[in-house]
Design a protein around this ligand. Structure first.
Ligand SMILES: *Cc1c(COP(=O)(O)O)cnc(C)c1O
Length: 386
């Protein structure tokens, strides 16, 4: 079995023979990054206000086709604020996939709310609306138009679908169910800039949605994120909350509630403006890379490359191998690939297995439990698709 994976590693290495080591995802700086960042330094506008913040918010909203984008310090902060403006209150329950990055769960707890874990679908790797519906039927009652968990007595306020590795969940189905149960949808779109569901960019479907521009994402601002919403009032509120809830005045320091210092610095937004100029080129190369990997993998039994579904256009943020049931031991696969200089990673440890989350409520997590030992992410930087 190791021979197979040594062979696969060697074929992957051939995508970029100049490098001895292929990282999982490297940022690409081929545009105006240096010019825009230098402009911030030369003019002194490096910090919490400046024209690049405004430009980045405008360009980002335009690209996504959403009414408003509010730039913040990172994707986790964006999630925290998205949940807050969507109305999540302390002691509410929020349904989230267990198979997600820890930030999804953390942000729920920052609101004083309770993460409640649900299962994912093999078709999208994201939240499974069909299983969710069956589960809700079992555990909730509607009282005064509120969705109540009959076992805990708490309100189930929101659900957070996460578009795993850029692959959109089945959003229409999810929205239909959530409308019926009066549950608010907040998208964790941290990984899905450039991904579309039935032709509409992800992040447009939730009451609010969160993006991330961390160094390993599709575009980077160093660290950064954005709250997205089609509701102007919520957008103004998000801006207010993320800028210390200061009441506008020529000189007075007046703050009308507990706010957050979450705004994205101008120097980071400058980087983001330059990155956004090149996003179409990054996406094209990542799509080409998926086809190259398909060519490498198609001759081997027991492993498949994960592809977008019929309703989705994925950004292919992280290329994903699925090891079919018990065909290979995932630790062996990870050992061989990493030893050969092909950086490879498993999917995250499901949140319900992490110490801080292990006592929270959960549905059955059958697919999550299986998929955690079947998913291997392989090098995904755009240059590999050239
Ligand atoms: C990256 C990521 C985040 C958080 O983004 P940061 O900018 O690192 O805080 C949240 N959720 C998911 C699924 C992510 O991949």
């Amino acid at each position: 079995m190791n021979d197979v994976w040594i062979e696969i590693a060697n074929k992957i290495k051939k995508l970029c023979p100049e490098k001895d080591f292929l990282p999982l995802h490297e940022p690409t700086f081929v545009g105006n990054e240096i010019n825009y960042v230098s402009d911030c330094i030369n003019t002194g506008w490096v910090s919490s206000v400046g024209k690049y913040v405004d430009d980045f918010e405008r360009k980002l909203a335009e690209y996504i086709g959403v009414k408003r984008a509010i730039a913040v310090v990172n994707g986790t902060a964006a999630l925290h604020i998205s949940l807050k403006i969507a109305g999540v209150q302390p002691n509410d329950e929020v349904l989230i996939p267990s198979l997600t990055f820890v930030a999804t769960g953390n942000a729920v707890t920052y609101c004083g709310a309770i993460p409640h874990f649900v299962d994912v679908s093999r078709i999208t790797l994201g939240l499974d609306p069909i299983k969710l519906e069956a589960y809700l039927k079992d555990i909730v009652v509607l009282k005064n138009n509120e969705c109540i968990n009959k076992y805990t007595g708490r309100i189930i306020k929101a659900v957070v679908p996460m578009h795993t590795f850029g692959h959109p969940v089945d959003i229409d189905r999810l929205l239909e169910i959530c409308n019926r149960y009066n549950i608010v949808v907040v998208e964790d779109a941290a990984e899905s800039l450039g991904s579309y569901y039935k032709g509409v960019h992800t992040g447009n479907y939730g009451k609010a949605s969160a993006m991330s521009f961390n160094g390993n994402k599709i575009i980077t601002t160093g660290g950064g994120g954005a709250v997205l919403t089609n509701d102007e009032k919520l957008a103004d509120y998000a801006k207010h909350l993320t800028t210390t809830a200061k009441v506008p005045h020529r000189w007075k320091y007046e703050h009308d509630e507990i706010g957050y210092n979450y705004r994205m610095p101008n120097i980071n937004a400058a980087l983001g403006c330059a990155q956004l100029d090149n996003i179409d080129c990054f996406l094209e190369k990542k799509r080409k890379l998926a086809l190259k990997y398909f060519e490498v993998i198609k001759d081997y039994d027991g492993v498949k490359l994960f592809f977008e579904t019929s309703f989705a256009k994925s950004n292919y943020w992280l290329q994903t191998l699925i090891i079919e049931d018990n065909q290979y031991d995932i630790d062996d696969v990870l050992n061989v690939l990493n030893d050969k200089g092909v950086m490879a990673r498993p999917i995250w440890t499901p949140l319900h297995k992490l110490q801080p989350f292990k006592n929270y409520p959960r549905a059955d997590l059958i697919e999550t439990e299986k998929l955690q030992f079947q998913i291997v992410n392989i090098p995904s930087s755009p240059y590999l698709g050239e």
